[in-house]
Design a protein around this ligand. Structure first.
Ligand code: ACO
Length: 365
């Protein structure tokens, strides 16, 4: 039996997260994600994923200090970013710069490496953005050690202190998207780690996989979908024609969830709290309902509902982040999950090596 795309195949054990796609449940180390977004910070949830438990007060002080101390980019990383072609997309810059971040190729990946990569990722994105925008050449706003991880990311991107509601919106998104089982990019990271390659090599594999529109590249497509639907007279006809032609609606459908993605629900709730009168959000919610109806009509029984990327696009738009920053920002949060999985893979390692059924010719010579 061939399982194309490894659909439904269980190929490892994990204690990092639990997903029930029929019930729409997502737990990180046993805790429901909506509990974590309501009561805990990015730093606390990162600690939970890496160490397996929520931090004590002392542990929180330590991890917060480490994430803050490691924000500053080494000179050679800045130099690499400056040398890259201006038209290179941010995710490719991130992949290239991160490959030079940790000089030593340790035998075993460590949580210390995970913290360094997580601390540096937002700084690399912001440095590239500063160069790209030519707003600041070539320095970032001065690194501030009094700001949280999420506050500092927004501060570096804009050069000014964000509003608490903006921080809450981005922090909710970044916690919800930190980890999600064996999604394509995390699986890539684990495959690379299973060869006993180093942490950075595994993370570069994950970043490459993240880029595609069927995975981390979807939110940009969501904005295009919304903009195009807003520009036509009949949005239902537009959606219907697309699905009928076999095109995919970005932000809908999921390999695991056969109900609405719980992360999409949490983001939608967050957006509704802050934007009661936002006409663009109302349009997005109307389009969501319409698209689900059309998908059920044209693709009956496939259970296609909204996934996290649909409302991720709306959150990023609300924050004023340009669409080319969507996938890099997703990567900045998923860095925590990737690194946790690389460490888990190496703790009980078996190299991934599935087989393919040969369907080519057989010559008798
Ligand atoms: N729009 C239209 N039709 C769809 C969609 C969609 N978004 N998603 C699935 N379908 C249809 C397929 O055409 C297929 O129809 P068929 O049975 O007539 O051939 C059926 O539903 C099943 O599709 P599969 O590709 O087998 O489903 P799979 O589980 O492999 O794909 C995926 C999951 C890749 C996420 C898919 O739903 C998709 O392409 N969605 C759009 C891209 C997107 O939003 N990606 C982000 C996912 S969340 C994340 O990665 C963080």
């Amino acid at each position: 039996m061939i399982h194309k795309g490894l659909k439904g195949v269980v190929c490892t054990e994990t204690s990092i997260s639990f997903i029930d796609g029929q019930q729409g449940t997502l737990l990180f180390r046993g805790y429901p994600i909506d509990y974590l977004t309501r009561h805990h910070s990015f730093e606390e949830v990162a600690h939970l994923l890496w160490y397996g438990h929520l931090p004590t007060a002392d542990e929180l002080t330590q991890i917060t200090a480490k994430l803050r101390e490691r924000r500053a980019l080494p000179k050679h990383v800045k130099a690499i970013i400056e040398q890259l072609p201006a038209q290179l997309d941010v995710l490719s810059v991130l992949r290239t710069a991160l490959s030079s971040c940790i000089a030593h190729n340790q035998e075993q990946p460590t949580i210390e490496d995970a913290i360094t990569l997580t601390a540096m990722t937002p700084a690399i994105i912001a440095y590239q953005e500063a160069l790209h925008q030519r707003k600041i050449t070539p320095t970032l706003p001065e690194i501030r050690n009094d700001l949280t991880h999420v506050e500092h990311y927004l501060y570096m991107l804009t050069g000014s202190l964000p509003e608490p509601s903006q921080v809450k919106a981005l922090e909710t998104y970044m916690i919800l998207t930190m980890e999600h089982g064996l999604n394509a990019s995390t699986f890539s990271a684990r495959v690379t780690a299973s060869t006993e390659a180093d942490m950075i090599s595994a993370i570069c594999s994950a970043l490459g996989t993240m880029k595609g529109p069927l995975h981390g590249g979807a939110p940009t497509g969501v904005l295009t979908l919304l903009d195009e639907a807003a520009a036509v007279d009949n949005a239902r006809d537009y959606i219907y024609q697309k699905v009928q032609k076999g095109e995919r609606l970005m932000g809908f459908g999921h390999r695991v969830y056969k109900v609405m993605d719980p992360r999409a629900e949490a983001l939608k709730e967050q957006l509704q709290q802050n934007n009661k009168d936002n006409s663009w959000l109302h349009f997005a919610m109307d389009l969501e309902a319409l698209a689900i109806e059309v998908l059920e009509e044209v693709k009956p029984g496939r259970s296609l509902y909204t996934n996290v990327e649909f409302y991720a696009a709306a959150i990023m738009r609300e924050l004023g982040l340009a669409s080319h920053l969507f996938t890099p920002t997703f990567s900045a949060s998923r860095m925590v999950g990737w690194t946790a999985h690389v460490i888990e893979q190496r703790a009980d390692n078996v190299i991934f090596r599935p087989r393919a059924e040969y369907i080519g010719p057989l010559y008798e010579v």
